[in-house]
Design a protein around this ligand. Structure first.
Ligand code: UDP
Ligand code: MN
Length: 370
């Protein structure tokens, strides 16, 4: 009975409210919120609460959700593969030191994690071979003032300490490159490149420029070369344990993700396209390296892919990084660096990340991009 009365009252109220609303609409006035019928008020509240809920989840919740991704297993290196994973720089890798992470790829390349190698063996071997190691970096437009000095300063402290190093800085304003006092056996060369209209074009143009440089003086004076983004800095020893014929960096944001979720280019019209069954890992374009010959091949492949895309009027979703990922799918890296080698503090604290070697600078795109 009471329930029936309640429903009746509700019906009357809402019915009346509706008529009132109609009348107001006819007079051309909007209905104030407090005059809305109860059902509509409730709906409005529900919508508002859902919107705030999503906003909250977006701002705070996603981060905690993301931290759960560490529970997605990376896989385990098969025991039979372990002894195969040695090179002159690392010796036999100590896989047992890192049982919680994946220490090799399916094609038997080592994934280098902190604690699995002896940095002193690597240093001795590099000195014995009398290697010269190149480090290339682009600082075009506002990226120069914002990042270059800190990048080079930190490289002097941590990059291939005790080895012969040649820095190549590519910039549109050579005169603005800060003066640096370099350690013994270390030189810095500055090369002029042109500014592009779009930041994406600066990023992609690196492949062709690097290809040419590797075919010139850089290729003649260096044995191995690392090609890095400038918006990061070294925080710990980055030594010859990272050297190999073709070196790829696991992307800090994606190393736990299942393959089908990885942000590869999927548009078949692009030369960078990978279909859903393809791809091994998602690699970060902020760091790749290798021998001069291997990098000539890598940069030629990526530059050609970008050129073909331009002719077809398409652009890969993550630009040079998409083409790099396609290259590494076709030609497997011989050494893979764990995310410890290029880490983003924004991801937060993780037990499996021991000593980050490079840290991303906070993204300040409004300051540096056109
Ligand atoms: N870069 C530059 N000037 C530009 C755009 C890019 O010097 O206007 C270089 C710089 O070395 C930068 C790299 O290209 O680190 C890649 O661009 P960015 O770091 O902005 O890309 P993200 O890492 O955010 O994908
Ligand atoms: Mn970057």
């Amino acid at each position: 009975m009471a329930l029936g009365a309640e429903w009746g009252l509700r019906w009357l109220r809402s019915h009346g409210g509706y008529r009132k609303q109609e009348g107001q609409r006819q007079r051309g006035q909007g209905t104030p919120i407090w005059a809305l019928p109860r059902a509509k008020k409730r709906l409005l509240w529900q919508l508002l609460l859902t919107a705030f809920g999503f906003l909250g989840l977006y701002l705070y919740g996603l981060r905690s959700l993301r931290s759960l991704e560490v529970f997605i297993p990376m896989g385990i290196c098969p025991r039979a593969t372990m002894p195969l994973l040695r090179d002159n720089f690392t010796g036999v890798l100590q896989h047992w030191a890192r049982p919680e992470v994946l220490t090799c790829t399916s094609w038997a390349a080592p994934i280098i994690w902190d604690g699995t190698f002896d940095p002193q063996i690597a240093e001795q071997e590099a000195r014995r071979q009398n290697l010269t190691i190149g480090l290339t970096v682009f600082a075009v437009g506002r990226y120069l003032e914002k990042y270059l000095e800190h990048f080079l300063d930190s490289a002097e402290q941590h990059f291939m300490v005790g080895q012969s190093v040649v820095y190549y800085v590519f910039t549109d304003r050579p005169e603005a490159v800060p003066y640096m006092t370099l350690g013994q056996g270390r030189v810095l060369r500055v090369e002029r490149v042109q500014q592009e209209n779009r930041w994406q074009d600066v990023s992609m143009a690196r492949m062709r420029t690097l290809h040419e440089a590797l075919g010139g003086q850089l290729g003649q004076e260096a044995d191995y070369v690392f090609c890095l983004d400038v918006d990061q800095h070294f925080t710990s020893n980055f030594g010859p344990e990272t050297l190999a014929d073709l070196v790829a960096q696991l992307h800090a944001w994606h190393y736990h993700w299942p393959r089908w979720l990885l942000p590869y280019e999927r548009d078949k019209r692009s030369a960078a396209a990978l279909s859903f069954g393809e791809g091994d890992f998602y690699y970060h374009a902020a760091l790749f390296g290798g021998s001069v010959a291997a990098l000539r091949k890598l940069t030629a492949h990526c530059a050609l892919g970008q050129q073909l895309d331009r002719e077809r009027g398409v652009e890969a979703i993550w630009h040079d990084e998409s083409h790099l990922n396609k290259f590494f799918w076709l030609y497997k890296p011989t050494k893979v660096l764990s995310p410890e080698f290029c880490w983003d503090l924004k991801i937060g604290w993780r037990t499996e990340i021991h000593t980050p070697r490079l840290l991303w600078e906070p993204k300040e795109y409004t300051l540096v991009r056109n």
